[in-house]
Ligand binder design. Structure first.
Ligand code: SAM
Length: 408
């Protein structure tokens, strides 16, 4: 391994890296803040780019704080614990604005930032199991690697999940039995922590520990109770992991929206579909994951939503729609995965001049690309909110509402 290299950090960039330059080479360094002089260990190199992490701080930034978690910069889960929380929010807002300008040529005005309680917000975690002869470890991937970093608690997780993790760590020798094949597992809890579930890939050991103050759901179907409805969420369905911002995200997304027909594209288990069904005469929900579709159908039944048509399909099904299908559509929710919305799907939406939409995304890059298409198609941004769904990490959710000018 090369000796650590001395660098001065220019700015904080996407990924939570401090960026520095030396000659032709760009250095992306974790645990480094603008203005700091540091020594960094280089972990990975590409053509003109190196990735690494700080091993010594020569001249600290006044914004630097002591990371509260002892696993910070060993475990790969967090990127920003060394930055005070309000500064994390300032950084994320700057990244959002810069990304929209660079990729979408869109100048975002008045970005409202919605903070989260910065710890114990997560209701889901995925752990790895690493077996060696006579030894087993449970934890997350180590920073910038696929090695395992063992942990017994994580301050991002709801307390219930940390209790479960402690129970599993106490009994982890069970993974060593020859017939046990599980190499990873997921733990989940409902927003109020009254229920929990563990989902294993492969055959898990028999755990003896009891979690008496909450109910284990053996079929993995958790019940999340929210102000917008109750949601069954199975182990293979997507559901937002920040239990504190889930409700405000939905409220802000659909606030004041009502009319004849709403489309919920990428609907998941129906987090937006259920409240939309109260304010629109008709709703069409499109979701391709059959497990999520099954949860969605149960959630529509349980919440009394009789006016929803479910299409268990890729959203590109809308290419086959005729003018009748688009008639009366007055609102669309786009909540796509990281890669964003296919260009042709956005094209259909623009072509049929749907009056208004909301776009929710965890990836500012694909979102800026897609918003460029919508803005070029005549839509105007009416509000932008940054929801900090993932404190201590560089990730966040963005919610943008758009509408066509009344005269067009
Ligand atoms: C970010 S999640 C949003 C789910 C839901 N709106 C929520 O907030 O709970 C994206 C969802 O889109 C689904 N999905 C991904 N690609 C899709 C596609 N091409 N067509 C339809 N659904 C898709 C995923 O299965 C997932 O449920």
């Amino acid at each position: 391994m090369n000796p650590p290299i001395e660098l001065t950090i220019d700015k904080l960039v996407h990924g939570g890296y401090g960026l520095a330059f030396k000659g032709e080479r760009a250095y992306f360094i974790l645990n480094a803040l603008p203005g700091e002089s540091i020594r960094a260990e280089i972990i990975r190199e590409k053509k003109n780019t190196s990735f690494g992490k700080t091993v010594e701080i020569l001249h600290p930034s006044p914004l630097r704080i002591e990371a509260p978690c002892p696993h910070f910069m060993h475990c790969g889960g967090c990127h920003l614990q060394h930055l005070e929380y309000t500064e994390q929010l300032r950084f994320k807002r700057a990244i959002l604005e810069e990304t929209f300008l660079r990729i979408g040529q869109i100048k975002l005005a008045d970005v409202e930032v919605i903070a989260s309680p910065p710890w114990h917000y997560r209701t889901r975690a995925q752990f790895k199991v690493m077996k060696r002869p006579g030894n087993v470890q449970v934890g997350f991937f180590a920073v910038q690697s696929h090695r395992l970093w063992a942990i017994d608690q994580c301050p991002l997780l709801a307390d219930r999940l940390n209790e479960l993790l402690r129970g599993i760590q106490a009994e982890r020798e069970g993974f060593l039995k020859p017939d046990i094949t599980a190499e990873e597992f997921q733990v989940r809890t409902s927003g109020d922590e009254s229920q929990w579930a563990m989902d294993f890939v492969g055959q898990p050991p028999e755990f003896e520990f009891a979690e008496e103050s909450a109910t284990m759901v053996p079929d993995g179907n958790l019940n999340y109770q929210t102000q917008h409805g109750n949601f069954r969420v199975g182990s293979n369905s997507f559901f937002q992991v920040n239990r504190f911002l889930l409700e405000p995200l939905v409220s802000k997304s659909i606030e004041g929206a009502s009319g004849s027909k709403a489309l919920d594209l990428f609907s998941g288990v129906g987090l937006f579909t259920v409240p939309l069904s109260r304010d629109f005469e008709q709703v069409v929900a499109i979701e391709e994951n059959p497990y999520a579709v099954s949860d969605l159908q149960e959630n529509l039944r349980a919440n009394g939503c009789a006016n929803v048509q479910v299409l268990g399909s890729d959203v590109s099904v809308i290419h086959r729609w005729g003018p009748k299908d688009w008639e009366d559509v007055d609102f669309v929710v786009f909540d796509p995965p990281r890669q964003g919305v296919e260009r042709g799907v956005l094209g259909q939406f623009v072509k049929h001049q749907v009056p208004a939409c909301v776009y929710v995304s965890c990836d500012p890059t694909s979102m800026a690309r897609d918003l460029k298409i919508l803005c070029a198609g005549g839509y105007q941004i009416t509000s932008t909110q940054l929801f900090d769904f993932f404190p201590q990490t560089y990730h966040f959710e963005t919610l943008i509402r758009l509408r066509r000018p009344i005269s067009s």
